[in-house]
Design a protein around this ligand. Structure first.
Ligand code: ZN
Length: 278
C-alpha cells in the first residue's frame, strides 16, 4: 500500500473562537500550527486566512504572510516546509474574484469544489462558471488541484471539467462527508463514491464531526488518504474539544502505526503532487 498522506485542515472558513478556543487565527498562530502538524505527520496543510478580527478573509497579503512565516519557521527547525494547499472555497458567500485572488501567489496546491451543496444554514455555491473559472486559473498557473467532493454529482462535474481539458489526466479527490446539508459519512456512501472515480484517481477523505475518526480509520485501511483538523471536526472525542490540530493529526498517525501503514514525508508528497499539475 502507498504511504499515507495526511492533510491538516487547521483553520477553515466558518469556525470562530466561540466554537473552540484552540482555533489558530493570526498568521503567526496559523504558521506555528502548520509547523506543529507537520512535525506530527501531516505533509499538506489546507489553508484559509483570517483578518485581525478573526473574520475569514481571502486576502493574498495574509496568505503571503502565513507562507513566509511557515518557510522561516521550517528553516529555523531544519525541516522541509509543508505543502500549503490554498482553499478556493473561502467561506460561504465570497465572490469568484475573492476566492481566486490568493492563487496569484502560485501555491503548490489548491482546493477546487466541483458543485454546490447546502452547508448548514447556507449554500456553498459553485455553479458551472465558478468551477470553470477556478479550474482555468489553476491550469493557467500549473497549480495542482485537489477536487473536493461533498456529494455524488460532484464527481460527474469533475469528469466534465476533465473532458473539457480543465483538469489534469490524473486527479486527486478529497471526499468531505458529514457536512450538515451534504452527504453523510456512512461507509456505504464512501464505497459508492469511490466506485464512481476515474480508474487512476487517488482519494482522501475528510469526515466532518463524528465521522472524522471512523472515516480516517477506513481510509488508512483501504489505501486512501486522510484529512483531519479543526476545520472539519473540533472534538477529540465525544464532548471533549481537541486542544488544537496536533491531537487530530496524531490520531491519524496512530491509526497508520496500528494498521502498519507508513506515513508519507513532506518530500515524498511534494514529489507525488507533480503528477497532479495541469
Ligand atoms: Zn477549507
Amino acid at each position: 500500500m502507498e504511504p499515507l498522506i495526511i492533510t491538516a485542515a487547521i483553520v477553515g472558513g466558518e469556525l470562530s473562537r466561540s466554537d473552540t478556543p484552540y482555533l489558530p487565527i493570526t498568521p503567526e498562530e496559523i504558521a506555528a500550527e502548520s509547523i506543529a502538524v507537520c512535525k506530527a505527520g501531516a505533509s499538506i496543510v489546507h489553508l484559509h486566512a483570517r483578518d485581525a478580527n478573526g473574520i475569514p478573509k481571502h486576502d493574498p497579503k495574509i496568505f503571503q504572510e502565513i507562507a513566509t512565516r511557515v518557510a522561516d519557521l521550517a528553516k529555523a527547525s531544519g525541516m522541509e516546509a509543508p505543502i500549503l494547499q490554498f482553499s478556493t472555497g473561502g467561506s460561504i458567500g465570497m465572490s469568484l474574484a475573492e476566492r481566486i485572488a490568493p492563487l496569484s501567489l502560485n501555491p503548490e496546491m489548491a482546493s477546487l469544489t466541483t458543485g454546490s451543496v447546502n452547508f448548514g444554514d447556507g449554500i456553498f455555491a459553485n455553479d458551472q462558471a465558478t468551477m470553470e473559472g477556478i479550474a482555468a486559473e489553476l491550469k493557467r498557473r500549473a497549480i495542482a488541484p485537489e477536487i473536493e467532493i461533498f456529494d455524488a454529482g460532484m464527481i460527474d462535474n469533475a469528469r466534465r471539467l476533465q473532458a473539457k481539458g480543465l483538469l489534469p489526466a490524473k486527479i486527486h479527490v478529497n471526499f468531505v462527508l458529514g457536512v450538515p446539508g451534504g452527504l453523510s459519512g456512512d461507509l456505504e456512501n464512501l464505497a459508492f463514491l469511490r466506485s464512481r472515480l476515474p480508474r487512476d484517481a487517488s482519494w482522501s477523505v475528510a469526515g466532518v464531526g463524528r465521522f472524522q475518526l471512523p472515516l480516517a480509520a477506513h481510509a488508512v485501511a483501504a489505501g486512501g488518504h486522510v484529512r483531519v483538523g479543526l476545520e472539519d471536526n473540533i472534538y477529540f472525542r465525544k464532548g471533549e474539544l481537541a486542544k488544537g490540530n496536533v491531537p487530530l493529526v496524531e490520531m491519524a498517525t496512530q491509526l497508520a502505526r496500528d494498521l502498519g501503514r507508513p506515513v508519507q514525508s513532506v518530500a515524498e508528497t511534494r514529489a507525488w503532487i507533480l503528477q497532479l499539475r495541469p
